[in-house]
Design a protein around this ligand. Structure first.
Ligand code: NAD
Length: 384
């Protein structure tokens, strides 16, 4: 059995999470780390026992010849770094969201295809232990025929929540609904339908966004629809981050690290139709619960190993990551124009950029990168 050689490019929060998973997995070996900040390199290098430490990514890849390069960096750097790494003809995984618009995502996919390598986007929730339980129960027919899917965010400002958290939720939905065919959005900022003035730069470098509150409706095949909620709450509520699959014979509920099954299609609090049963999480055989690797990140690595062994795409492939981005951009386009947007859209330009240009407005002014500072600035803009 082959061991896959891995480079980690970016050694802060998500780089550390990725490194712990690749370090713990018996079929992957981290052969080098890269960061511009030497202190981060050394801290992570010492933790995962990797002495090959670089500040130049091209040098790292040339010298250590990895099979996979993980790119856990700020979203605004994903496109440039993916393109640079792909030049070396290696498989990549990049943090979510894949890129900030479809022009970028198309270019990354095209380059990977030209180079004959795989791309994956780190939507680990789609393959984590609780989702494996949901997927297994679904496949066994425990909820009969899928009717509709519900998913919510955690309470971030809607457009930012969409790019940050919605990207995970949409990817989760795609696992069960397949490719969405269209999207329709209801969205407001400050209680009114959005205008081109409400287009703003995203916190955390996630491109351009709008909408304080978003409800989007997705149309899948077989008459299945999905409802995606990204509403700003005054107080964040991580427990709201959940997905529910409604079937003809039951329901499945995913709540991060928990999976639940209702063996009836309708919840009625009558002591008979209200019995949610907890489903047991499913872990890879090699997973050690006492390791520092988070189980979903470990599953993500396990899935990459299986995909490369079998010569197939990762469950969270770049193609799926781009599909997610098509939905994200479709949500904004529908919010802007009040229309249904068929997917995948032909026009790959960011729909909010196009809308702003049509309104003859200049690009929006810069805003702080950290979320809470960003929110204060947005509240000032809205006169709160
Ligand atoms: N999957 C998840 O659960 C999850 C959770 C949180 C954040 N994220 C995503 O993770 C990403 C951010 O990750 P983070 O918070 O660890 O980022 P970060 O900005 O804190 O750290 C990125 C690191 O990469 C390094 N870096 C950047 N460019 C480099 C280059 N050219 N060469 C070498 N090093 C370079 C930086 O020095 C930095 O140390 C975002 O895309 C975010 O959406 C995902």
């Amino acid at each position: 059995m082959r061991t896959y050689r891995v480079n980690i490019l970016g050694c802060r929060g998500r780089g550390t999470a990725a490194a712990r998973a690749y370090h713990a997995h018996p079929r992957t070996e981290i052969v080098a780390l890269c960061d511009l900040v030497e202190e981060l390199l050394n801290t992570l290098g010492d933790e995962v026992d990797v002495s090959a430490r670089f500040t130049d990514l091209d040098e790292m890849i040339r010298q250590t010849e990895p099979d996979i390069v993980a790119i856990p960096t700020g979203t605004e750097f994903h496109y440039d770094l993916c393109m640079r790494v792909l030049e070396h003809g290696v498989n990549i995984e990049v943090e979510k969201p894949m890129c900030v618009d479809l022009i970028q995502a198309d270019a990354v996919i095209a380059r990977a295809q030209e180079k004959g390598v795989r791309t994956a986007v780190h939507h680990q929730g789609r393959v984590g232990a609780s989702m494996q339980a949901i997927a297994g129960a679904y496949k066994e027919g425990k909820i009969g025929e899928l009717r509709y899917i519900y998913g919510s965010g955690k309470g971030y400002y809607g457009g930012y929540g969409l790019m940050n958290i919605g990207t995970h939720m949409i990817n989760n939905m795609l696992r069960f609904g397949g490719p969405p065919r269209s999207v329709v959005t209801q969205a407001t900022t400050d209680g009114h339908p959005i205008t081109p003035d409400d287009i703003v730069p995203s916190p955390s470098g996630m491109g351009t966004i709008a909408c304080e509150h978003i409800t989007a409706s997705l149309q899948f095949d077989n008459n299945v629809t999905g409802t995606l909620l990204q509403h700003r709450f005054d107080n964040m509520d991580s427990s709201a981050y959940a997905m529910e699959l409604y079937g003809s014979e039951g329901r499945l509920m995913w709540r991060g690290d928990q999976a639940w099954w209702l063996p009836q299609p309708h919840f009625i609090p009558d002591g008979e139709h209200d019995r949610w049963e907890r489903l047991e999480s499913i872990y890879p055989e090699s997973y050690q619960p006492d390791s520092s690797a988070a189980e979903a990140d470990y599953w993500f690595v396990e899935e990459y190993v299986r995909a490369l062994d079998e010569g197939r795409e990762h469950e969270c492939s770049g193609l799926e990551g781009r599909r997610v981005l098509e939905v994200l951009m479709g949500v904004f386009e529908s919010a802007a124009h009040g229309t249904r947007v068929d997917l995948p859209q032909e026009n790959r330009e960011h729909p909010l950029h196009s809308w702003r240009k049509e309104a003859a407005l200049k690009p929006p002014s810069e805003m702080p990168r950290p979320y809470w500072d960003w929110l204060s600035t947005e509240f000032e803009r809205l006169g709160r």
